[in-house]
Each structure stands twice: as structure tokens, then as C-alpha cells.
Design a protein around this ligand. Structure first.
Ligand code: PAF
Length: 281
């Protein structure tokens, strides 16, 4: 299994690939779980060559404590990836290698996609995500790049990034992978106690019922119902529940037949922030 740590080493390896072959990129922050495994397997199925990047990107963390506590499990990640294919290149650079001591994010115009939800509650988060993802795209020049729909807003923003920065890469959004009881897979789940991890199925259950209610009730009623569910459940503190247009991510006020909607939740439990989302129609 090839783990490369520097840009030069990576360029050397990429230069050896046949120019006509397809290159897939799966950008990650490590602490890999079955959600990542499904992205990597899809990338392997659709491309002759695959790079998985593992880099905990400091400029996308608005909370220093969250960055400090972000799990780092390179050895386990490498075994998990080699079990999928021995031919995958793992790019695991240091912060200096990426940022050259200048650990700052660029500023992007994401056409308002970053004004709501994660963007509203996590200052400059998407500028940080854009900075690292653009850097990886320019360095690796993949034909396709794979992202999970659990971070649906991130997925839309990366699509916008490639448009604004004119980067020729196909962005593939992949289905959310869930634990048996419904909790969306996330590296942060590892930090939950066993009991809370089971109880966290509440988030997906709430989304599913919100979807049912959305079929017959107004946006306001669905939002009120979700707020009430969280009021009653003291194990979880709701940060936001939002229903938006999937294209513009504009929060919905009324339902319009021609628009596709998605519901989004961010909530804390045991001081750990969990997010999830579900297509409504
Ligand atoms: O989704 C993630 O794990 C990260 O935001 C990403 C896309 C790897 C950028 O650091």
C-alpha cells in the first residue's frame, strides 16, 4: 500500500499513470468508517486509478476544541483502504506540506449557498473546505471526485466551487450510509458513548417523520413539530432544523410543486455535533 506524504512524491506517482486512464479522488479527513468505504469502493469501480486523501484540514474548523479532538487513526485507515485495493494511493500530507506555515483559508463567493445552516453556524467553514478541496483538485487533477450526501450542503458548495473556479472534475454525490438503527455514519460517532450512539437514532427517526408530515402539512407546521420533538428530548439540543430547496439551499416558506426539497438537522449530544439530512419529495 502506497502512502505518500509530500506533493513531489504524489506528482511522481501520478506522472506514471497512463494519461488516458481515469483518476478518481476521495477526499477525507481520515477516521474512516463504512460511509468512506462505500465512496472508495465506488471510486475503484469507476476509475482505473484512485487517490484517497487523508488530511484533517485546520482551516475548516471554527472550533479549536473540535479540531483538537478530531480522531486521527492513520494506521487503521490504511488497513481499511488496503482491504479494498492495494493499488490505491493514499495522500496523507502534513499541515506544513499543504499550507507552508500560512494556515489561512481563501475567500470564495458561493452564491449564497454558504449563508444558511452549516455556513451560518460555522464561521468560514466552507471557505476552509473550498481551500483544501481546490488545492487537492489542482494538485491531483482527478476526472471524478466522490463526496457523501451526509454533508449535502458541502456537496452543493463543491459543485459551485468547480463551476466558479472552472475546475474540470465530475463531482459524484453518494448516498448516506447509516448504522443499523439509522444514525448517519460519521467519524464523530466514535466519540459518543454506546448508549447515546443508540439513542442518536432519534435524529433520523425525526427526519423520517418530518418527511411524512411534509406530504400533508405546511413547512411551518413541520418545523414546529420538529422543534417540539427536540424540546421533549433532553438528550439532544437542536441547533437548527431547516427545509430548503435542494438547488439553491434557500429555506422554504411555502411548498412549490416544481421544487425539490430536503430537510436538514444539526444537533448536539454529549457536546458532540451531529448532522443529517433527508430528501423530502
Ligand atoms: O467531508 C470531509 O471529510 C471534508 O470536509 C473534506 C471534503 C475532506 C475537506 O477537508
Amino acid at each position: 500500500m502506497l502512502v505518500v506524504k509530500t506533493r513531489n512524491e504524489l506528482r511522481d506517482k501520478l506522472n506514471k499513470f497512463d494519461e488516458a486512464s481515469d483518476l478518481g479522488l476521495v477526499p477525507t479527513m481520515g477516521a474512516l468508517h463504512l460511509g468512506h468505504v462505500s465512496l472508495i469502493k465506488k471510486a475503484v469501480a469507476e476509475n482505473q486509478n484512485v487517490v484517497v486523501s487523508i488530511f484533517v484540514n485546520p482551516t475548516q474548523f471554527n472550533n479549536p476544541d473540535d479540531l483538537k479532538k478530531y480522531p486521527k487513526t492513520l494506521e487503521t485507515d490504511v488497513s481499511l483502504i488496503s482491504a479494498i485495493s492495494e493499488n490505491i494511493i493514499i495522500f496523507a500530507p502534513s499541515v506544513d506540506e499543504i499550507y507552508h506555515k500560512n494556515v489561512i483559508h481563501k475567500n470564495y463567493d458561493f452564491a449564497g449557498l454558504d449563508n444558511v445552516m452549516e455556513g451560518k453556524f460555522r464561521d468560514n467553514h466552507f471557505n476552509g473546505v473550498g481551500t483544501i478541496v481546490e488545492e487537492l483538485f489542482r494538485l491531483i487533477t482527478p476526472k471524478r471526485a466522490y463526496f457523501g450526501q451526509k454533508d449535502f450542503q458541502q456537496l452543493r458548495i463543491i459543485q459551485k466551487l468547480t463551476e466558479v473556479q472552472q475546475i474540470p472534475v465530475e463531482i459524484i454525490g453518494c448516498e448516506i450510509v447509516r448504522e443499523n438503527h439509522g444514525l448517519a455514519m460519521s467519524s464523530r460517532n466514535e466519540r459518543l458513548s454506546n448508549g447515546t450512539r443508540l439513542k442518536a437514532a432519534f435524529i433520523y427517526k425525526t427526519l423520517k417523520t418530518a418527511k411524512q408530515k411534509f406530504g400533508t402539512e405546511s413547512v411551518v407546521n413541520v418545523k414546529d413539530w420538529v422543534s417540539n420533538e427536540f424540546e421533549k428530548n433532553k438528550d439532544f439540543q437542536l441547533e437548527y432544523f431547516e427545509i430548503t430547496d435542494v438547488e439553491t439551499l434557500t429555506p422554504a416558506k411555502n411548498k412549490i410543486n416544481t421544487i425539490k426539497y430536503r430537510a436538514f438537522i444539526a444537533a448536539y449530544t454529549e457536546k458532540i455535533r451531529l448532522i443529517d439530512n433527508l430528501a423530502l419529495n
